[in-house]
Design a protein around this ligand. Structure first.
Ligand code: NAD
Length: 357
């Protein structure tokens, strides 16, 4: 089968990572690259790709099927629209745009041109998330009613453009888009309410992290937190269900599940000394009453994305990342900014979608 020829616009960290991933996929191949920085043009050539002198030259090349956008966030929209109008299919990095309105414009152009436009929400295939999704969907700790999803670093905001509002910097548009997409993708019920607090510890004009509290219509709640000044990290995931609790500590997928043993007559927990007092309420559960399990690791690959993209282009499959989902995601991100600015809980029901997985 003929491989789709891809040109990567923006050959920085993520652009060059895409090139490696594409090399490993039989459906697609990198044809060329374009970057506004001479040093990155040279890096692309050193990796074996031809570098176009301009975006226009890349778009004029009729042998190219797909434009992959891996530039800073603020220019995603203009490049996507130009590429679609030039008759190319487009893969775009997240956050797809800075506003939902910009995405609507791209979707309109894609429809008009009859071309495929898909957003690279790659973290739907992260192993840690797939483990949580399996736990949630198969009710391994009963009905999940609360989820805490955190990523925390101590290295501040990386790079240059991520510090600047004009380029779409800040952590809500960076990691927030991933963490929220995962929850919206997994939880079968629409999101109802959002409270959010952005942090500006580093003194940048954009947020260096945030804490948010989400309430879904089915009653599931989620705490989503991103930090860039955390010298001690809390677990990546902490999940509570009606029959147990689960934790995934880190990217190495260290985790555990502790759930009810189901034995009817178990010894009551013994009171423990806690500080200057005694407590039975907060004592650990008695050994008979629980079962401890390792959280089974899941290994996933990103192949589904490019393979699915190629199939969508050939008209053989539905997209695994749907633009309507991402439009709702961007509207909810806008509600996060509104919640943080006003200090109010924002009702997002009109923006919510039920997951389609
Ligand atoms: P980066 O700064 O490492 O690379 C961006 C590159 O784009 C730079 O080389 C820059 O010179 C180039 N560039 C800037 N404006 C351009 C233009 N108009 N035309 C062509 N090239 C241009 O940034 P990055 O970390 O690679 O991020 C790029 C995109 O990828 C962002 O949208 C980011 O959110 C996304 N990203 C996604 C993931 C993921 O896991 N999905 C991870 C990292 C970054």
């Amino acid at each position: 089968m003929k491989k789709l020829k891809v040109t990567i616009i923006g050959y920085g960290g993520m652009g060059s990572f895409h090139a490696k991933l594409i090399q490993a996929n039989p459906e697609v191949e990198v044809h060329g690259i374009f970057d506004i920085l001479e040093s990155r043009q040279q890096a692309g050539e050193a990796d074996g790709y031809s570098a176009y002198v301009s975006l226009e030259e890349a778009l004029d090349d009729e042998t190219v099927d797909v434009i992959l956008i891996a530039t800073p966030n603020d220019v995603h929209k203009e490049i996507a629209v130009q590429a679609l109008e030039a008759g190319k299919h487009v893969i775009c990095e997240k956050p797809v745009t800075l506003t939902s309105e910009e995405l609507s414009e791209i979707m309109h152009t894609a429809k008009e041109q009859g071309r495929v436009f898909m957003v690279h929400q790659n973290r739907r295939w992260d192993s840690d998330f797939q483990m949580v999704k399996d736990l949630y969907e198969n009710r391994k700790i009963g009905e999940v009613f609360h989820i805490e999803s955190r990523v925390q670093g101590a290295n501040g905001i990386p790079g240059d453009w991520r510090h600047l509002k004009a380029h779409g910097g800040g952590m809500l548009l960076d990691w927030g888009v991933h963490l929220l997409d995962q929850l919206l993708y997994m939880i079968e019920s629409p999101l109802a309410k959002v409270a959010a607090d952005l942090s500006y510890v580093l003194g940048d004009e954009v947020d260096d992290g945030f804490i948010s509290y989400l309430t879904f219509e089915n009653g599931v709640t989620a705490l989503v937190e991103v930090g860039t000044t955390n010298y001690i990290q809390l677990p990546r995931w902490y999940i509570k269900g009606t029959k147990g609790s689960a934790v995934i500590e880190d990217w190495d997928l260290k985790g555990k599940i502790v759930k009810q043993s189901g034995i009817e007559l178990v010894a009551a927990p013994k009171p423990i000394k806690a500080g200057q007092g005694l407590t039975k309420t907060m004592a650990p559960p008695s050994e008979d009453s629980i079962i401890k399990e390792k959280f089974a690791k899941v290994t996933t690959q990103m192949d589904p994305f490019y393979t699915n993209f190629a199939k969508v282009v050939r008209g053989e499959s539905e997209p695994i990342v749907k633009n309507e989902e991402i439009l709702q995601l961007m509207k909810i991100i806008e509600s996060f900014f509104e919640a943080a600015e006003t200090g109010q809980v924002v009702d997002v029901r009109e923006h919510s979608y039920s997951n389609s997985c």
